[in-house]
Design a protein around this ligand. Structure first.
Ligand code: SAH
Length: 394
């Protein structure tokens, strides 16, 4: 998960969360079921779309305020369903507009979701599972394994809750930032305001997205819908540990989602030590699946490389990585390891990072060091959840 650079004052916004919900969240009720529920109360099917619009577009916080619905129906809805199935266990904000939510699920599990606001963009970083089963040795999310997949409603809810933290839209003429700024505008600093909606999604929170692909795709369909959150597929990045069969399935979906593959090592021996699932997949199959994804979708694949000082940042690794990716239409994001309490890894030295960058550039591989947002609010995967779990019995 991206993290912020400077240390900023934090605000713990929700210290006394309300009682846990016991009813189903409305976003987890399939449209057909909701229509049948409405029909049983003499209501036309279009009411289902109205309810969803209220949550997805109008930012309704209660059924009561859905003023385009009959009053009696609002009361019946509130009786049968919760507007949200999660509650905010912890809400941290940083001065530059980054928000981190720890959400408590109806069954007690906890997940994290982060909103990053910069350059007129509002990017939601969402989780797909409670915990993670991939076991990458440097990552906090998987330290206790995976508990379960999130439902599509729980994934959408993260997006809606984060979107609700962006400024409310005002009339177009009063608000020049009611759309994504162009690159030129961002470069020229023409946009100083905050986006009034989500502009981007990165599926880089807790969990392995491709291990919960069906629910993720359902959630992203709502995210992409003009009657939903209206976020185009090209503004969605799905980050995976590298599951070749699932990457092939994602390519078949025919959407323009960006794919990010967590590589973290340039040879199988080292990768298997850092990313244990590599034992079953191997680099060749992952690269072949990523190449096929690019061929099928035309979307350039990003390779993420968490840089672990002294472990995967030696000159030979730089050369091997360059050799692996040279000639591929690929981009590398180097991510200096974000400290996780209790884990024995190191952040890289600047000189080693520079050597990696130079070596890749000399081989014409595009590379950037990822600016990490929210590090002071533990915005890297799974870290804040661990802290909150440590404080309270789950
Ligand atoms: N399961 C997916 C999503 C994981 S989170 C995947 O493996 O891609 C997104 C990225 O953050 C991954 O590349 C992950 O390896 C990386 N990451 C996790 N913990 C980190 C840490 N402590 N420091 C830096 N990057 C980390």
């Amino acid at each position: 998960m991206p993290a912020m650079s400077a240390t900023l004052p934090l605000l713990d916004t929700d210290s006394t969360p309300p009682a846990a919900p016991t009813k189903r969240g409305i976003l987890d009720v399939p449209a057909e079921e909701l229509r049948a529920w409405l029909a049983a109360r003499g209501q036309p099917p279009m009411r289902a779309a109205q309810v969803r619009r209220q949550v997805l577009i109008n930012r309704a916080a209660t059924f009561e305020e859905m003023s385009d619905l009959p009053k009696i129906l609002r009361a019946e809805l509130a009786e049968a369903f919760d507007l949200f199935s999660t509650r905010v266990e912890r809400h941290l904000t940083a001065a530059d507009g980054t928000h981190k939510l720890v959400l408590r699920l109806a069954d007690g599990g906890m997940i994290e979701a982060v909103l990053i606001q910069d350059d007129g963009r509002a990017t939601a970083c969402v989780s797909t599972q409670v915990g993670c089963g991939m076991g990458c040795v440097f990552c906090a999310s998987g330290l206790n394994g995976v508990v379960r997949n999130l439902t599509s409603g729980e994934i959408i809810e993260q997006l809606v809750r984060l979107r609700n933290l962006t400024p409310k839209p005002v009339a177009a003429e009063k608000n020049p930032i009611s759309r994504s700024p162009s690159r030129k505008e961002v470069r020229e600093g023409a946009t100083t305001g905050l986006a009034d909606r989500l502009t981007h999604i990165v599926v880089m929170g807790m969990g392995e997205p491709l291990a919960n692909l069906d629910n993720l795709l359902d959630a992203l369909a709502v995210a992409g819908d003009k009657n939903g959150l209206g976020i185009g597929a090209r503004h969605v990045t799905i980050s995976t540990v590298g599951l070749p069969v699932k990457i092939a399935r994602l390519a078949e979906v025919g959407k323009q989602y960006s794919l990010a593959v967590s590589l973290h090592a340039p040879n199988d021996e080292l990768r298997t030590r850092i990313v244990p699932t590599n034992d079953k997949t191997g680099l060749d199959a992952i690269l072949a699946a990523a190449d096929a994804y690019f061929a099928e979708t035309g979307r350039q694949v990003t390779y993420e490389y968490v840089v672990l000082g002294g472990l995967n940042d030696l000159p030979e690794h730089a050369r091997q990585l360059a050799g692996l990716l040279a000639g591929r239409k690929a981009h590398v994001n180097l991510i200096p390891w974000n400290n996780v309490d209790g884990l024995p890894y190191q952040r890289p030295h600047d000189a080693d990072l520079e050597y990696l960058i130079d070596t890749l550039r000399k081989s014409a591989v595009s590379v950037k060091v990822r600016k990490r947002k929210g590090s002071e609010i533990d915005a890297a995967c799974g870290q804040l959840r661990r802290k909150v779990e440590g404080e309270r019995p789950v």
